[in-house]
Structures are given as C-alpha cells and as structure tokens.
Design a binder for this molecule. Structure first.
Ligand SMILES: NC(=O)c1ccc[n+]([C@@H]2O[C@H](COP(=O)([O-])OP(=O)(O)OC[C@H]3O[C@@H](n4cnc5c(N)ncnc54)[C@H](O)[C@@H]3O)[C@@H](O)[C@H]2O)c1
Length: 309
C-alpha cells in the first residue's frame, strides 16, 4: 500500500510561518516531502525559514510577503505561490494574534485588530485558496489554526470569539466546498510555548503541566502529525473537523477540583531543557529556563498578577 502520509510533489503554503507554530507546520510538511511557501510579513525571518527547509529536507521553499488582514496582499500572495509552484494543493492558514485585556475595558480598536487577523484574515486566505482549488479542478486541503480557546473560556473575548468563529467558518466552508473535493479542517492547539507564550513564567507552565493528562506542555512536534494527517491522503474523507491537540488539557475541568493529580511524565528540569530546545527551533531567544519575558511583557505581567492573587 502506498504511504498515505507522503506529500512528495505537493505544493503547500503556510501563513505566519516565520516562527512559532507556523514554522513547525512548515517543517512538518517539508519533512513529508511537500514544497512549502513561507507567507509572512518579515522578509528576513521568512527567507531564513525557506533556506532551512531547502537545506534540511531538499524541498523547494521560498518566502512570499503577505499581510493576511489585507485582501489585496492575500490575493497577490496566493497568486504568486501558484505562479511559482505551478499549482497549489495545501493551504495552512495559521497567522494569528492575541491582544490581552479585561473584557469590560477592551477597546474596539483591539477587537477589530484581533478579529481582522484571526477571523477575517483566515477567511481571506481560505477564500483565495478555495478559488484556486476550484479553478484548478484538483480539490485541495485547507487547514486553519483555531485553538482550544474555541471551546474553553481561558483568554479573552476577542481571542476566544475569533477562534470559535474559525471553527464554525471551517465547518461552513467544508459543507460548501465538499462538492469540489476540498477538505477544510482546523487544528486547535492548547498552550504551546511559541513566541505567543514564551513570556509565560515557569510557575504557570508548571500549573499547565499539572492540568495536562499527557503530562507535559505542548511542543511544536506535537502538531507535526496532525498537520501532515490533514494535509495528506490519509484524511481524504475528513472534513469540517476541528482536531483538538491538547494532551487532554480540556478534559481536566473535573480533575483538579476532585484532587485527581496528573503525574508529570517529565521532571521540571527536563521540561526546561526541552523548552529551550523548542524555542531555539522556533527561533526565539530565551533565558536558562526557556523564558523570554521581553517578548510579550503583557502576558508575563498578567500571569504574574494572577500568581500574586
Ligand atoms: N501558542 C499557543 O499556545 C497557541 C494555542 C492555540 C492556538 N494558537 C494559534 O496558533 C497560531 C500561531 O501562533 P503562535 O503561537 O505560533 O504565535 P506567534 O506569535 O509566534 O505566531 C503568529 C504568527 O502570525 C504572524 N502574523 C500576525 N499577524 C499577521 C498578519 N496580519 N499577516 C501575516 N502574518 C501575521 C506573526 O508574524 C507570527 O509569525 C495563531 O493563530 C494562534 O492564535 C496558538
């Protein structure tokens, strides 16, 4: 039987792929043989990732400038990928932002920014990819990055609402585009120590770990299998699905109050070592504990306030 997970010759794009989860997705797809376009705003970082993929996996890869919140930028970027690769098979829409803040005094400006990138941006990308797949007559795979925040109320109104909307947008597009052999699915990570979370203090990381049945904080490689699965022939009959990849974290609503401790599967020292390795892979400078407090001081500040109370 052929290898259902083989992506050799497939042409993919990943948005927000200069670092974080998007870079992990790009690595995973390239490791399975796909040629991968790196769509992001930072040319230096994007070109560096493309060069790494070419050297490590021998695939084709290039940086393409794209601001996902701007319609003309998205349409031009997707057209440029098709021009360069000759076709498109896989669109991974991953770029996202979170702007912290209390819900009562949250500004409309911040709300619009978050919705503009996380929801409108993801829809613009999916629309551009869907149009290409329909025109090509080939079908295709669209994979959106949602979040466990679509299911649990853990961040704030703009972020959680945007991610819940991504899940429903995914389902609606799947229903609409099944007729064109287009699979539309989403992946929902939990807390992954990407740049978005590199400012999370050790004490909070420990709490996350204690509330995660699989016993460690989520790592970039925990998303490799899920993204390859949804990009490959192995998932040809899967559509409209939100693949939650959280180590069981969201199962835990009852575990903590009932005193059901989760035995950590790795020691805090091993965890720190792994986190430093993960952040190095993601291109994030960090201290000896795998923390970069400067990157998102507001995240560190919010968690510190939580710890103090
Ligand atoms: N880190 C987590 O714990 C976590 C958990 C669940 C979901 N997510 C989601 O995963 C995705 C990736 O996040 P991450 O954790 O890697 O964070 P990140 O900040 O490292 O990555 C986000 C990427 O999106 C890019 N981006 C932001 N606005 C953009 C725009 N307008 N146009 C183009 N690119 C833009 C950023 O430059 C960055 O490369 C996001 O959608 C995020 O919401 C993250």
């Amino acid at each position: 039987m052929k290898n259902l997970f083989d992506l050799t010759g497939r042409k993919a794009l990943v948005t927000g792929a200069s670092g974080g989860i998007g870079k992990g997705y790009a690595y995973a797809l390239a490791s399975a043989g796909a040629d991968v376009a790196i769509l992001c705003r930072n040319a230096d970082a994007g070109e560096k990732v493309a060069a790494e993929l070419k050297e490590t996996f021998g695939v084709d890869s290039f940086f393409q400038s794209c601001d996902v919140s701007v319609e003309s930028s998205v349409d031009a970027a997707v057209a440029a990928v098709v021009e360069r690769f000759g076709k498109l098979d896989i669109g991974v829409n991953n770029a996202g932002i979170g702007i912290l803040g209390g819900d009562a005094d949250y500004s409309l400006d911040d709300w619009n920014k978050v919705i503009g990138v996380n929801l409108t941006g993801m829809w613009l990308c999916a629309r551009a990819e869907g149009r290409v797949f329909i025109k090509q007559g080939t079908g295709g795979k669209i994979i959106n990055t949602a979040s466990m925040s679509a299911r649990i109320s853990n961040c704030n109104v703009s972020y959680n609402a945007s991610k819940a909307a991504v899940v429903e947008m995914t389902r609606m597009l799947a229903a609409e585009w099944g007729a064109f052999n287009i699979n539309v699915n989403s992946i929902s990570p939990s807390y992954l120590l990407s740049p978005m979370h590199a400012s999370t203090p050790l004490e909070i990381r420990q709490k996350i770990r204690e509330l995660t049945p699989l016993g460690h904080v989520e790592r970039p490689e925990d998303l490799y299998g899920p993204v390859i699965f949804l990009a490959s022939d192995a998932s040809n009959y899967v559509t409209g699905h939100d693949l939650l990849v959280d180590g069981g974290h969201t199962l835990n609503a009852w575990m903590a109050p009932l005193g059901r401790a989760v035995p950590p599967r790795v020691s805090p020292e091993e965890e720190s070592k792994q986190l430093k390795k993960d952040l190095a892979m993601l291109g994030v400078p960090c201290d000896e504990n795998g923390i970069n407090f400067d990157l998102h001081p507001e995240i560190a500040g919010a968690y510190r306030a939580m710890l103090d109370n």
